[in-house]
Design a protein around this ligand. Structure first.
Ligand SMILES: [Zn+2]
Ligand SMILES: [Zn+2]
Ligand SMILES: [Zn+2]
Ligand SMILES: [Zn+2]
Ligand SMILES: [Zn+2]
Length: 274
């Protein structure tokens, strides 16, 4: 059964105004205030779990919370869909755009980057030089591959002994990327490794959390949560720069990042049979 968009204001969360379709659904003593699982840690704190509503809701299909999305989503798929919905809005991840209420559907609109961050916008593939990376220490790029945007974060630790690279997508497809490393002087040798592209999540993938200057309450690895710091590098490929320079016999290394959509498992199987 489908929930229709227009009616049912009383099926919506009193805090975020989304449908009550993420568990646990909590209700006030008098039943007038309802809260969805997205808002579990937000005020007001409600103590009654509405298991009756949850058991009915679990059998329904809901419209997506994002404008322009026509998908109908079943209860268990709601959070997964909302995080990867190509219609979702994200806030500009750059520091100087914070708190300006700048948000956009990045899958169809990169005009903000064209006007405000043109130096960070690249096409097809990204080539970085190690000298440049260690000079800049920490930066972000938006890479467009066949009109699909990817966010790339690069961050040096221990003054450049280690370079971290994170690549993020914004849709429900699965991608991986290849980093090819070679000398800027000769091409006798190169190193290649393959890494996974992660679905971008504002609360986890923040360049300023990596730099330890972010204070946002909503960011999992911000300064507010010292206990979480040990986990914050897990979404990044780690490159030991000294080791890489020795293997490639060079003073400066070039990194070439190429992103590809991952063939699904079925396609891989059938091609290996042939
Ligand atoms: Zn809510
Ligand atoms: Zn959609
Ligand atoms: Zn959607
Ligand atoms: Zn911006
Ligand atoms: Zn942050």
């Amino acid at each position: 059964m489908d929930i229709e968009q227009s009616q049912n204001q009383n099926l919506k969360c009193s805090v975020c105004n989304n449908y009550l379709n993420v568990a646990p659904v909590m209700t006030s003593d008098d039943g007038t205030v309802n809260k969805c699982g997205r808002c579990l840690f937000r005020e007001p704190i409600l103590n009654n779990r509405n298991t009756l509503y949850e058991s009915i809701g679990a059998k329904l299909n809901f419209p997506c919370a994002h404008e322009d999305c026509t998908d109908r989503i079943s209860w268990p798929e709601v959070q997964k869909h909302e995080r990867s919905c190509r219609h979702r809005k994200i806030e500009c991840p750059f520091w100087n755009c914070r708190d300006k209420g700048l948000d956009f559907v990045i899958m169809n609109d990169i005009s903000h980057f064209e006007t405000c961050h043109p130096g960070s916008l690249h096409k097809d593939k990204l080539t970085l030089s190690l000298q440049n990376v260690t000079h800049l220490q920490s930066f972000m790029k938006l890479l467009m591959v066949n009109d699909t945007p990817f966010l790339i974060m690069v961050h040096c630790i221990k003054f450049g002994e280690m370079v971290l690279i994170g690549v993020y997508n914004f849709d429900s497809k699965i991608y991986d990327y290849e980093i090819k490393m070679y000398s800027d002087q000769h091409n006798r040798r190169y190193l290649v490794f393959k890494e996974r592209v992660f679905l971008y999540a504002e609360d986890q993938h923040c360049l300023y959390c990596l730099q330890n200057i972010c204070e946002l309450q909503t960011h999992r690895f911000s300064k507010k949560y010292p206990d979480m710091q040990k986990d914050k590098y897990k979404y990044y490929a780690k490159i030991d720069t000294m080791c890489t320079k020795n293997v490639l016999i060079t003073e400066n290394v070039l990194f070439e990042i190429v992103i590809r959509e991952k063939q699904d498992v079925k396609a891989e199987n059938s091609s290996s049979e042939r």
